[in-house]
Design a binder for this molecule. Sequence first.
Ligand code: OGA
Ligand code: CA
Ligand code: FE2
Length: 493
Amino acid sequence: MPGAQSRQDGQAAATSRSATLPLNAQTERLCNKTSICSRSYFVVVMVFFHVYIINVIALLFYVHYSSGQEDDSRSRDSQDTDHSRITSRDALSKVEYQRDFSLPRIEGIRVGHVQKVSLTAGKDHLMRTLSMKPLLFEIPEFLSEDECQVVMQLAQLKGLMESQLMVQGDHEELVKELNLSPEEIFNLLDINQDGQLQHTEILTHSRVRDGIWLTPDILREIYAGLKADINGDGLLSIEEFRLLSSDAFQRFLQQQGVKKSQLVRNSRHTWLYQGEGAHKVLQDIKERVIRLTRLPPALVDLSEPLQVVRYEEGGHYHAHHDSGPVYPETACTHTRLAANTSTPFETSCRYITVLFYLNSVEGGGETAFPVADNRTYDEVSLIQNDVDLLDTRRNCDKSNLRVKPSKGMAVFWYNYLSDGKGWVGEQDEYALHGGCVVTHGTKWVANKWINIDPDYQRQARYQQLVSQQPEHSDDDSSTASPDTHSSNIHQDL
Ligand code: OGA
Ligand code: CA
Ligand code: FE2
């Protein structure tokens, strides 16, 4: 063992010495001892070899894996972009539909801008921008005189019903059921929470809840009749409110008799189906709407039928939105079934309104857009100092924009903004509009509403659910693909 010890010492000494030697000398020393030299060479070569092999294998894995992924996404892309359909063969409920489709939106350019649109063979139409906020256009002679006649006759044949029924509220029972105190009711009504009920608060409430269009004048009459406003300041305090029974207003109005002119809407209407088997004129109109809006045919096909409205002399429709705001918890009426959830709010999600004038009205009956192209939108100033811009019986002359009915003309506008990513965004508050009172004759209009869910997934699921051809086929008309044939329909002038 002493020999072994000395060899170890010698090696250690040699190593410690070599650590201080210059590099050349080290190599020389290593290679002089040929056995050490060859072993270390072997080890180094083997290490490099293994690292190389591992690299090659890793590279092969990488190439294989990434190309597989590409294939995957390519096939997914082709599945989704194949005719840009948002339908899918997969099971409905859990599928996340890829959002690779943009809704076409016609550009307004500026007020007065005219663009040529090709809606029917052999005839060009001119489309003029009426306002940018909302994005609103008019197209004269969209319908021929004969077509207007057919639509009115079909509506009459079908029969029109009152657009708004007199409401017999069951609110009293609700109040009793909830056991609400006058203070609690007062708080619900006091929207700005200033401890007083202003005229606007009562007016809005009555319009929304009862569909009764009170005016400040009528409200003053009611206050006087009920001796409600004791100090005569035009406001109701909680003390004054407490002295009234909870249904005092309703009973007062019922005693007086609510006239049709006091309703939000005073007209009759019916619905005409435009699908397969419908009168040719109705189908033609739908086709023209598809070309006008450039929307995928499926979206128009799956929308509400045509609504035909008739106003008698004295008829009106106070300013309103055709579709409500959409919050995360809001469902759209048309996709509700597919949504498979229960939601507290529901609206009709009418992305576009196309309004057709079926006759030229002798007097009044304009469509008013009270705040079109306003610099700012201020809800409070809509009803101010007894001037109620929403009131189309009194204040149409104060509206920013009025469209005079002219037989065959169509106007159309977007009720929602874009979300900036090619889909439906927030409600456009400027799209507020109404039908001014008809002073002479009758007025006939038709509404074509195009329903699109601002929630892309819900719209996609709905279309999948109703599509008769879940399997892809080239002539599948139930897809949401943009109508590529109509790309030349719009031409700026
Ligand atoms: C409507 C509407 C306007 C008009 O029917 O929703 O807004 O001019 N009509 O009749
Ligand atoms: Ca108040
Ligand atoms: Fe409307």
